[in-house]
Design a protein around this ligand. Sequence first.
Ligand code: ADP
Ligand code: MG
Length: 338
Amino acid sequence: MNTIKLLPDLLVSQIAAGEVVERPASALKEILENSVDAGASEIAVHIFQGGTKLVRVSDNGAGISRDDLPLALARHATSKIDSLEDLQKVASLGFRGEALASIASVSRLRLASRGAEQKHAWRIEAEGGRLSEPEPAALAKGTTVEMHNLYFNTPARRKFLKTDGTEFSHCEEAFRRIALSRPDIAFTLQHNGTARHHLRAADTRRRIAAILGDEFSQTSIFIDEQAADLRLWGSAALPAYSRSSRDAQYFFVNGRFVRDKVIAHALREAYRDVLHLDRHPAFVLFLEMNAGSVDVNVHPTKTEVRFRDPRALHQFIFHTIDKALASPQSLSAASVSV
Ligand code: ADP
Ligand code: MG
């Protein structure tokens, strides 16, 4: 008979990392979400070799105090919720307290931060789950997270990494999703030292144009509809701007990028009569609803959500988009195909 034993902490984190850190881009998403949650108004991202060598994110947010630095890398440690009640109305992007611990278990993680009340910054390093003592560091404000050599200690995972170019494009997509959701934050993105994106703080329309291009903006209609506790707003492209893939579909629920079958179906139905079968609509849409009507604690990556009333939601999205596509504004718009 086999005996049952508790797994060591590092292994537990590595198992969790299998879900949270599928590739450099998924680590980048988590690190960016932390900067957003910290109230940053400027976020700079540096990627090297598609993120396999280094992902560095610097923000000017609230920072972490010296004593909290080791906790930031501990499993199930978070500053964002205290109770089940908090979980039911969570407003921050993070709340599980496991992303940094997972990333630290499969990379060399460096964390430098300066809390508001501190005279100078402190840094710690984690390698294969071992933490260094905090040391003084030079950092004006906020937090810098560096993830070096992803999967250096898990060669089986390393084998699944694609080319640097492919990994970078996934990173860029993670960056776009966060940048679209927060036009009020300035973002930059560099790859191997070359600037790729430079986004000033702006309103939603300008941010959408900066990321999806003028053509998308000029061929889409702006929507803003409300019913009961639901509000749907943003840009939906006219059929003339249809795509051969789903590469320009952004849907956010309470500020969080999500992929959801109910939503996808409602949108497909709304576009069905105006699009060819092999074409896909393009949109950047924001759904706002009571936090209590949606459960975000479904999967560690939090890209999946569950709705309390999916039928009402489906109807609302379908009708809103259907109506917008039939509006005079949409009929008179120019015809562009990509
Ligand atoms: P979660 O975001 O779910 O709380 P994480 O593992 O992503 O869990 O982060 C753990 C904690 O570390 C956060 O709750 C937060 O207190 C702190 N933290 C991480 N990144 C930052 C950052 N950029 N600025 C300030 N605090 C941060
Ligand atoms: Mg987090």
